[in-house]
Design a protein around this ligand. Structure first.
Ligand code: ADP
Ligand code: MG
Length: 701
């Protein structure tokens, strides 16, 4: 619809005028004809069917019935008056009820003539009743042109109180529709319409607002969802391709000594196929002239670290530096220790820089970085400080990316003439297409295989009342030489309360497991980094058997001998958090356990979360459930606006359409990258217009 017609101000539509125009702008953001055309109904009332009173079910659904009023009376109860009409058809009797507007209704209702009533029914005291039915005489009903599927448009209280009812919106839509016929332009190319059997734009708009039947309505919805996804994906993919063509990166053409030596002699285990595949993908990217921007997804324990190391070795072999950034001090230290150990026979220098690095050491590190003596720098946010200057940073690896914002990520860009290659690692798996839609500018690698020999973590749900048995279980496991995590929730809004929970918990654990038989560590967010690390280390070395903690241990910490994870108030954790926490155990050779403790009061949502955890340990499966429960809105903290701001499609429910539309967009860009073929003219025109508008629906419909 790239004609001026649809850009006409809504004020000029028949039936609108300046006052209504003002309301429509304020309440629904409708400024132009186009905005109105794109006001898609929330739902439809199905008036294709008639019910008999005897067929009614206690489902509270909307139904339509033909019958007669045989009696009207006013009933008073506790100062409240109701108007009740007995309504009869040839199968039974029900009641129509009004709580408001009695007088007017009473005067206008006629006994013993046929009415069509429509509304929701309630079942009460052995009869069905319909409060405030929509009704008209059968005679009028038969005369009216109302379609069988009635759209229900989004509305607001103000709109309805100012007389812009659903009926009015519907009439406006009719006016618009009858005037717009000649101006509707097809926005998808013919071959796509044919291949995917899509309705034309005209047909789709007609049937989204005035559906002739359920079937055409579904097809109209499908076409509009397809179109919405198609153009979002087209933009994302094009952006990615342009990025690759435009943003140059250092080509690491050489696979050198360190990499080869490590690969041949010092790999501590056989790589999984998934790890090999991902390393290949990264090697390919690093060897090309474009800057790599890759997201590496892999479940907790899938072995991302070794991939990070081998990528870093490629950079180092090509004469560049690499850095690995982690969200917490503890995790940085662990990475540092682990990588130093792995690289002990290689000739590379690895340093660590965090908030608690001493000033004197810090100065040395700054120097060595600038003169290139450091090959690999590991650390926290401290790496992003202005004073930290690399001589030639070639690869930046970011672990657990959801903790870093996009802005922070791009800070690393400004250290060089060319941007370093970027590898972002996350253990929060999200379905691939979804990830691609959200991080349109990133390529994606997935490790979808755990190293061999892992035992399934046994997960159980226990109520608080069973605490004593859980304590006994803990004691038994400790006596076998195992270590135990006990985790308490930490939710920002009620930090004080959470802290109290944690301390109460700690006390009762201390009473139950006393010295000298048992030693307990405690780690929480209010402690100084130094103290946290001290406690963490005691646990790591096995000096303590129990680690009481808030979720600070969530990310990445590796204590193979810890095989029991007790999660207190598990109902207060989100699914991905529970999954991350559980991933802290199951890292050694022993059978591991996860116990989810909850109260008896559980919301439906919480029940689903707990059940899911007990049932599966597949991160992608858990992510899907999580997505369904929470919706895509919360996803990943840093949201890329627009991508998830969909008008008609639902990124979760319409996942299949997303896949199809995405592939269609890829195909078209493959065969016609500049969209210059005449058959793709609709796409090109739409695409050009899209670039001008923020919200695609400002244009594409
Ligand atoms: P994550 O993906 O959670 O960062 P890590 O890289 O920490 O996982 O790996 C988890 C554990 O699995 C580590 O102890 C690591 O040494 C081990 N590991 C990784 N890859 C393999 C493999 N291919 N075979 C056996 N063990 C592996
Ligand atoms: Mg990790």
């Amino acid at each position: 619809m790239n004609s001026n017609f649809f850009q006409t101000s809504i004020e000029y539509l028949k039936g609108v005028g300046p006052n209504r125009a003002d309301l429509l702008k304020k309440e629904l953001g409708i400024f132009t004809f186009q905005d109105l055309a794109n006001l898609f109904p929330n739902r439809y009332l199905d008036r294709t069917q008639f019910y008999k009173i005897s067929q009614l079910e206690r489902t509270n659904a909307e139904v339509q019935i033909i019958g007669k009023i045989i009696q009207i009376k006013t009933v008073s109860q506790k100062n409240r008056k109701r108007l009740i009409a007995k309504f009869e058809d040839d199968s039974g009797i029900m009641e129509l009820v009004w709580f408001k507007g009695h007088k007017w209704i009473k005067e206008n209702l006629k006994l013993n003539i046929s009415y069509v009533i429509f509304g929701k029914t309630n079942w009460f005291n052995g009869t069905y009743s319909m409060p405030h039915p929509e009704m008209e005489t059968l005679k009028n009903y038969e005369k009216s042109l109302r379609p069988a599927m009635q759209p229900v448009y989004p509305s607001t209280e103000l709109l309805s109180s100012r007389g812009i009812s659903n009926r009015v919106l519907y009439n406006l839509m009719e006016n618009l529709y009858s005037e717009s016929q000649n101006y509707i332009v097809e926005t998808l190319p013919k071959n796509i319409l044919e291949t995917f059997k899509l309705l034309s734009k005209k047909e789709a708009l007609r049937n989204i607002h005035f559906p002739q039947n359920q079937h055409l309505l579904s097809r109209a919805q499908y076409r509009l969802k397809f179109e919405e996804f198609f153009y979002i994906q087209l933009q994302l993919i094009r952006k990615n391709l342009l990025h690759k063509a435009k943003i140059k990166g250092y080509p690491f053409s050489e696979i050198g000594d360190n990499f080869n030596l490590f690969y041949k002699n010092y790999l501590p285990f056989k790589l999984t196929n998934a790890q090999k595949r991902v390393i290949k993908e990264i090697r390919f990217d690093l060897g090309s002239f474009a800057q790599m921007n890759r997201l590496l997804q892999g479940d907790v324990g899938s072995g991302k670290t070794i991939v990070a190391l081998m990528s870093a070795l490629i950079a180092i072999d090509n004469g560049f530096q690499a850095c690995l950034m982690a969200p917490t001090e503890i995790l940085s230290v662990q990475h540092y220790n682990g990588l130093v150990e792995l690289c002990k026979y290689l000739n590379i220098s690895i340093y660590i820089l965090t908030g608690s690095t001493k000033t004197s050491d810090r100065k040395k590190i700054h120097e060595k970085l600038e003169n290139g003596e450091i090959n690999l720098l590991i650390g926290t946010h401290a790496l992003l400080e202005d004073k930290v200057k690399f001589r030639n940073l070639g690869l930046a690896i970011i672990d657990e990316q959801h903790r870093f914002g996009v802005a922070q990520r791009s800070k690393l860009w400004h250290k060089n003439t060319l941007p370093p290659h970027i590898l972002v690692m996350t253990a929060t798996p999200i379905p691939r297409t979804l990830a691609m839609s959200i991080y349109g500018d990133l390529d994606i690698s997935i490790i979808d295989e755990l190293p061999p020999g892992r035992k399934e973590i046994k997960t159980v749900h226990r109520f608080d009342a069973n605490r004593l048995r859980v304590f006994k279980f803990i004691r038994d496991e400790i006596s076998k030489g195992r270590q135990v995590y006990i985790v308490y929730p930490l939710i920002q809004e009620s930090e004080a309360l959470d802290y109290k929970d944690l301390m109460d918990g700690f006390e009762s654990i201390s009473r139950e497991f006393h010295k000298p038989t048992y030693q307990i560590s405690i780690v929480h967010g209010k402690m100084k980094a130094k103290d946290k690390e001290f406690e963490m280390n005691r646990f790591l070395k096995g000096e303590t058997q129990i680690m009481v903690a808030t979720t600070v241990i969530e990310v990445g910490v590796n204590v193979p001998n810890a095989s029991v994870m007790i999660i207190e108030s598990a109902e207060r954790f989100g699914l991905s958090q529970l999954h991350q926490l559980r991933g802290r155990v199951g890292r050694g050779a022993d059978q591991s356990y996860c116990v989810l403790m909850t109260s008896h009061k559980l919301s439906e949502n919480a029940k689903t979360r707990i059940k899911t955890m007990v049932k599966t340990s597949d991160g992608f499966e858990i992510a899907e459930v999580d997505l369904k429960l929470r919706g895509p809105g919360d996803l990943m903290g840093t949201q890329q606006s627009g991508v998830l701001n969909l008008r008609i499609a639902d990124i979760v429910k319409d996942h299949d359409i997303l896949n199809i539309a995405r592939n269609a967009a890829i195909d078209i860009l493959k065969s016609d990258p500049s969209l210059s073929l005449s058959e793709n003219l609709p796409v090109k025109m739409t695409y050009i217009q899209l670039a001008k508008y923020k919200n695609i629906w400002n244009f594409i419909s």
